[in-house]
Design a protein around this ligand. Structure first.
Ligand SMILES: O=P(O)(O)O[C@H]1O[C@H](CO)[C@@H](O)[C@H]1O
Ligand SMILES: O=c1cc[nH]c(=O)[nH]1
Length: 235
């Protein structure tokens, strides 16, 4: 038990999938895990453990943004002993190439600003686990998932007064998409000697303004959930 999590120490599996949205955590657990158990309801930030292909896997929501994310990730790594964290998130596309509903796998994540840099600087720059990244690439091809692998940006601010203009430099460096947790995931995982990978479905395009509707989101997560679980099952 922690201030933010009512689960017992052995309730979590070694491998934990991390969606931001608690409803996504619940849907993923109920749709894909065998015998899912809800192990955390504190603050509505739901956590589940169940079986996938005979292996115990947990799914824990992390909320929005680095501050919230780092609380759940820290407690999973430090208190619950998690060894592999796989973010199953959503992102905004920064390029027409990464189309709405496609999957972006983060090969490296850049903090958006000096302010974010201070937060992420606590842990220094880090990236995905090479084996998890390679496994996700191979399986995404095998499953026929429309996906992109590359640089992503991690922002602290969803509604920013400078809008999309602030991503000009990152876009020039080839950044594919923006989310609000991936740099923190990579940094804290390296700090605790754990393995990490982040994959996110494109739910809006920052460039064109196109967006998906929240009502179709569960369906959007099927490919990502299958991929993340397949990677997790072999991790
Ligand atoms: O859908 P999730 O996983 O929460 O991810 C994205 O959605 C939230 C913003 O709407 C941020 O947390 C961002 O990273
Ligand atoms: O535009 C978006 C969409 C999802 N998540 C973000 O952080 N930004």
């Amino acid at each position: 038990m922690t201030p933010h999590n009512e689960a017992d120490k052995d309730d979590y599996a070694d491998t934990v999938l991390l969606p931001g949205d608690p409803q996504r955590a619940e849907w993923m657990a109920q749709t894909f895990l065998e015998a899912p158990r809800c192990i955390n309801r504190r603050r509505g930030t739901l956590g589940f453990t169940g079986l996938f292909r005979g292996k115990s896997i947990s799914i824990q929501a992390t909320g929005i943004g680095v501050s919230s994310f780092l609380i759940y990730a820290h407690e999973l790594l430090d208190h619950y002993g998690a060894r592999t964290l796989i973010r199953t998130g959503t992102c905004g596309s920064l390029t027409a190439r990464a189309k709405l509903r496609s999957l972006v796998i983060s090969q490296s994540a850049q903090a958006e600003s000096a302010q974010s840099g201070q937060v992420f600087g606590l842990y220094g720059p880090a990236g995905p686990d090479p084996a998890l990244l390679a496994s996700s690439r191979a399986k995404a091809v095998e499953f026929g998932i429309d996906h992109h692998v590359g640089l992503t940006v991690c922002s602290d601010i969803f509604y920013h007064p400078d809008g999309r203009a602030r991503f000009a430099d990152a876009r020039a460096q080839g950044a594919l998409a923006v989310d609000m947790e991936t740099s923190a995931l990579y940094g804290i995982s390296e700090h605790f000697g754990a393995r990490a990978l982040s994959m996110c479905v494109v739910v809006d395009n920052i460039e064109t303004g196109e967006q998906t509707d929240y009502s179709e989101r569960q369906a959007l997560f099927t490919d990502m959930s299958r991929l993340a679980l397949a990677v997790a099952a072999e991790s």
